[in-house]
Design a protein around this ligand. Structure first.
Ligand SMILES: *[C@@H]1O[C@H](CO)[C@@H](O)[C@H](O)[C@H]1NC(C)=O
Ligand SMILES: *[C@@H]1O[C@H](CO)[C@@H](O)[C@H](O)[C@H]1NC(C)=O
Ligand SMILES: *[C@@H]1O[C@H](CO)[C@@H](O)[C@H](O)[C@H]1NC(C)=O
Length: 354
């Protein structure tokens, strides 16, 4: 693929499994291209063959260290598929080298880490985005249209969002998401991140006032959350519940109930089909199934949006866009609050002023 002015050149930090999915997305996105990968756990030969089998351009560079990738002048932006515990260090360094950052969730292990990353981005004019793919599915914009429609939906009263899957024994022993030194927020930083972001979406990205963990969180021996729920409360009897778990059957549901309508989504995180996604609504006398056909798979939509924002900065001297940062920070704040409530015997956590 040509690497003209309109191409945003992306470097991948590591060759973990998630990279396959995102590499495919970058290859599909018209204005982004992979120009480098840093692989520290495999040999150069293995990295070359990984690059080849994932459709990287033959000119893509293989770096043996993260530092060396960050020095590469042919990298505009870096994708971070590395454990959350490494995000702060490497995102701050990337920003210092003028690289834009696309960081998988959970962005930080807490909001203070999150803020360190964002401060480094702001200081260096860097675009930040988190890697929450479903937010970029064109279906999500349609869902948002319904939820903000005063006639069809009215005012939100309550929203329930669940993301669970039954992880196998190997995952529960070895995955980075159950290790304190790696993605230390467990199911909450993973499945919970999505459910929390969906409840924010349902109430126009307004932060709730109070967060209270529900009874019965399950933690592993190292204190990592494997399953939990929480109650979120805005003012005036407007509530949300979230449930996230590695220990229950696969479910990816949003039910949002307004004064005039109801929204239901059964596959909000990963649509059952790649090129078409549905949701249903009911309003005054009318039940509708909506299908949204997508030209690009949702992870490519994410890359397209990221490349667009980076392109605005690189080619037009624009300032970094703050929308994704703000949603992401609220999500991290709420993840922290659920954790804090779990750690404090399910006491409510008050969010005013945070
Ligand atoms: C945030 O997490 C990091 C890493 O676990 C820890 O060192 C730090 O103390 C935490 N900060 C706050 C304010 O909890
Ligand atoms: C688990 O969830 C899947 C997908 O939603 C469903 O097809 C399946 O029937 C469920 N398994 C059981 C045992 O209920
Ligand atoms: C992508 O690049 C093409 C030219 O290669 C340009 O016309 C188009 O505006 C770019 N799209 C975005 C979203 O930046």
């Amino acid at each position: 693929m040509a690497t003209g002015d309109n191409q945003i050149r992306i470097g991948l930090l590591s060759s973990s499994n998630i990279v396959r999915k995102v590499s495919r997305a970058i290859n599909l996105a018209p204005n982004a291209t992979i120009t480098a990968i840093a692989s520290i756990s495999i040999s150069i030969e293995e990295a070359r063959s990984f690059a080849k089998s994932n459709g990287f351009s033959p000119t893509a560079k293989i770096h043996c260290s993260y530092e060396s990738l960050l020095e590469d002048p042919e990298v505009d932006a870096v994708y971070f598929p590395i454990p959350a515990s490494l995000h702060v260090e490497w995102a701050v360094r990337a920003a210092g080298k003028g690289k834009h950052v696309l960081i998988d969730k959970p962005v930080g292990l807490n909001v203070s880490e999150f803020d360190q990353i964002v401060e480094a981005c702001e200081a260096n004019g860097i675009q930040f985005m988190d890697g929450t793919q479903w937010m970029h599915n064109p279906r999500t914009a349609k869902i948002q249209e319904f939820l903000t429609d005063p006639v069809r939906f009215g005012q939100l009263k309550t929203v329930h969002s669940c993301f669970s899957f039954a992880a196998n024994e190997n995952f529960l022993k070895n995955d980075i998401r159950v290790k304190p030194g790696l993605d230390g927020l467990g199911a909450l930083g993973d499945a919970g991140w999505y459910t929390i972001q969906s409840t924010l979406l349902a109430n126009n990205f307004k932060l709730p006032k109070t967060v209270t963990a529900l009874p019965g969180p399950v933690l592993n021996d190292a204190g990592i959350v494997l399953s939990c729920g929480a109650l979120l409360e805005w003012e005036k009897e407007i509530t949300a519940t979230i449930y996230c778990s590695f220990l229950a059957n696969l479910t990816m549901e949003i039910t949002a109930i307004g004064t005039k309508g109801t929204l239901r989504v059964h596959d909000f995180v990963i649509p059952f089909q790649e090129t078409e996604a549905s949701f249903s609504t009911s309003s005054k006398d009318c039940f509708s199934e909506h299908k949204v056909v997508t030209e690009f798979i949702q992870e490519a939509c994410m890359v397209i949006e990221f490349a667009r924002l980076v392109g605005e900065i690189k080619n037009r001297g624009a300032k970094p866009d703050g929308f994704w940062v703000s949603i992401s920070r609220k999500t991290q704040l709420l993840v922290d609050a659920v954790k804090e409530s779990i750690d404090n015997n399910l006491e409510p956590v008050f969010l005013s002023g945070r």
